[in-house]
Design a binder for this molecule. Structure first.
Ligand SMILES: C[S@@+](CC[C@H](N)C(=O)[O-])C[C@H]1O[C@@H](n2cnc3c(N)ncnc32)[C@H](O)[C@@H]1O
Length: 319
């Protein structure tokens, strides 16, 4: 078991305010009981300003300790106020995680439309069968389902692969996924929890295929998707396929952003604010030129169940 961290009883918010207003004289150091270095800061104007700046960096990034060597407890004050620009991706991912954790709690095998609206219609939508892995012989391949949710695609495609693992931002989704897989006698899938912006903990050069449906269109932040595309490249074997679906052409309700926007300020996800590809060249160039994928292929198709994008696009590239 991981040892439990005991945090300082000094609030990070107050330390931060002491740092801003009196830090140059060592105020924040006096506040956490570091009297000697506080005095040094008083005499040297924050150890020639450099010490003051470095302490600011430590406080903001959750690495500042009090005189008993206890870490300040991370809170949301800095992330939600002065640090909003620095922490906007983190805040966005926290929002995403919160929503999917809550949605997943309502999911049951008999009522599967939470997390994945129109669950059964999606299962019967033949474009997934015909376009997601078009022209790939998937038998004996090992795949990773990115944004697996309750594991709908692991179950749907289980017989087409040797093994399908899943990764998701919400622990409750993974718990429901496990139930769903057990109910379908699937016992060989590994399930990974992610922080939403990388695939840490998942081995490099391991998967023959990484696939994803109705997930990337719900991540309205380009820099997060870009990092995920790079991470997917890392976990793929050389020659492995990245096959995914996204929304295309805008949305009838207007709740979308264009491809390169880093839209972090939406209070909700899962269709409430999506990205929609308006010009295929944008994603194609990125995958081929910046991320070094090869063999780009795509199919522009009608939109799947319950979705408001004008079209869907199925994209396939190779490492
Ligand atoms: C609409 S559901 C689709 C589930 C599944 N792909 C399907 O087609 O049935 C979107 C899923 O993506 C997951 N997700 C959203 N953002 C994510 C992120 N940044 N990293 C990993 N998973 C994410 C959600 O938790 C949710 O399970």
């Amino acid at each position: 078991m991981m040892p439990k961290i005991t945090y300082s009883d000094k609030s990070r918010k107050r330390v931060f305010l002491w740092w801003i207003f009196f830090g140059i004289f060592g105020g924040h150091r006096f506040y956490v009981g570091k009297i000697s270095s506080g005095l040094l800061y008083t005499l040297t104007l924050g150890f020639f300003t450099l010490g003051w700046l470095y302490d600011g960096y430590l406080i903001i990034t959750n690495n500042f300790y009090d005189n008993k060597n206890k870490l300040l407890k991370p809170g949301e004050f800095i992330e939600k106020t002065v640090g909003r620009l620095i922490f906007r991706n983190k805040n966005y991912l926290q929002m995403q995680k919160r929503q999917y954790e809550n949605d997943a709690l309502k999911w049951t095998p008999d009522n599967p439309d939470h997390v994945v609206g129109h669950y059964n219609e999606h299962n019967n939508w033949s474009d997934y069968d015909n376009f997601l892995f078009k022209d790939i012989d998937t038998s004996n391949l090992i795949a990773l389902d990115f944004g697996t949710g309750p594991g709908r695609n692991i179950i749907k495609f289980n017989s087409r692969f040797y093994q399908i693992d899943g990764v998701d931002i919400a622990q409750n989704n993974l718990s429901q996924c496990k139930i769903n897989l057990n109910n379908n006698q699937i016992t060989n899938s590994k399930l990974y929890l992610t922080n939403g912006q990388d695939l840490s903990g998942i081995p490099s050069n391991f998967y023959d295929v990484v696939f994803s449906t109705i997930t990337f269109q719900h991540i309205a932040v380009h820099s997060i998707r870009f990092n995920l595309f790079r991470e997917i490249n890392r976990v793929l074997k050389k020659g492995g396929y990245f096959c995914f679906q996204m929304g295309y052409g805008g949305k009838s309700d207007g709740n979308f952003v264009t491809y390169f926007k880093n839209f972090t300020s939406t209070p909700k996800t899962n269709g409430f604010m999506d990205v929609s590809i308006m010009d295929e060249k944008e994603i194609k160039n990125e995958l081929l030129n910046e991320l070094q994928y090869k063999n780009y292929q795509s199919d522009l198709r009608p939109t799947g169940p319950g979705d408001k994008h004008k079209n869907w696009i199925f994209i396939k590239v190779q490492k």
